[in-house]
Design a protein around this ligand. Structure first.
Ligand SMILES: CCCCCCCCCCCCCC(=O)SCCNC(=O)CCNC(=O)[C@H](O)C(C)(C)COP(=O)(O)OP(=O)(O)OC[C@H]1O[C@@H](n2cnc3c(N)ncnc32)[C@H](O)[C@@H]1OP(=O)(O)O
Length: 225
């Protein structure tokens, strides 16, 4: 399976040659990485198209995704929660972890948000550099995807929040280079606490790969700096 995955990526030009690095130094920081690219398989394109159709009546929205982008939301976060010295010295080098690998090799995904249902769905294709056990996606990569999907759900519902607790049951291993659907929804809000559940299923919904519950705490500007 890994061989076919690498061959497909090579055909698509997504596997780097010896002189290229895994971590990209490209300047295209304004590129929207949630749009289809040549490494996307038929499955992720199909789901992308289905969700884009659902976006037409405004009930769902595709969420753009950047390596690093200075949006108003990011500026506000910096002002409220980071100290000035850190911002000046470190944030110019900062990049979104899940967008740091070369196209097709790591985290390929697109998220959709349904505001009325307080749900975020992420369509995810785990590339060959996310291997844990042979032929399967690493559990840490799965946890990362659950965290960012649930985290996005929390932030879009309640504002800046951080993961306080994340419990995952890994039910079935996720084959490398396959496409899965990560579904997150807010179960309960208690003050600053956002309880969010998440599951990961196969495209045909028959296989449940992972289930998770999480707690996100809405940030208090006075408690972080
Ligand atoms: C368009 C695109 C949109 C983009 C969106 C961007 C999405 C990005 C997504 C990125 C995703 C990536 C995300 C990441 O990678 S987040 C990275 C991993 N997480 C962290 O590093 C967080 C570290 N922890 C903290 O900083 C603090 O503990 C926080 C901020 C969480 C709370 O400290 P704070 O000082 O503020 O609050 P408090 O201590 O007064 O607690 C408040 C209440 O909460 C209860 N409590 C606290 N902890 C726990 C616990 N573990 N279990 C159960 N309960 C807990 C506590 O008992 C209290 O309850 P009560 O006594 O009031 O009843």
């Amino acid at each position: 399976m890994l061989r076919s995955c690498a061959a497909r990526l090579r055909t698509l030009g997504a596997v780097p040659g010896p002189a290229r690095r895994s971590f990209s130094s490209e300047k295209a920081t304004q590129k929207d990485y949630s749009l289809p690219n040549p490494s996307w398989t038929k499955d992720i394109r199909l789901l992308y198209d289905q969700f884009m159709k659902k976006c037409e009546d405004g009930s769902w929205k595709r969420l753009p995704s950047y390596k690093c982008k200075s949006t108003q939301r990011v500026q506000n976060f910096r002002n409220l929660f980071l100290d000035t010295k850190f911002v000046e010295e470190q944030t110019p080098k900062a990049q979104i972890f899940t967008r740091s690998l070369e196209e097709g090799l790591g985290f390929e995904y697109v998220m959709f948000h349904n505001e009325a249902e307080k749900r975020v769905v992420c369509v995810f294709q785990g590339g060959p550099h996310l291997q844990g056990n042979h032929g399967y996606v690493h559990g840490g990569a799965i946890a990362t995807m659950i965290d960012i999907t649930a985290g996005t759900c929390a932030v879009l519902t309640g504002g800046y929040a951080m993961t306080a607790n994340l419990n995952i049951n890994f039910r079935r291993p996720i084959p490398l280079c396959s496409v899965v659907v990560i579904n997150s929804q807010i179960d309960k809000i208690e003050g600053r606490k956002y309880f969010i559940s998440c599951d990961i299923r196969s495209v045909d919904e028959k296989t449940l790969y992972s289930e998770a519950t999480s707690l996100f705490i809405k940030l208090d500007p006075n408690s972080l700096k």
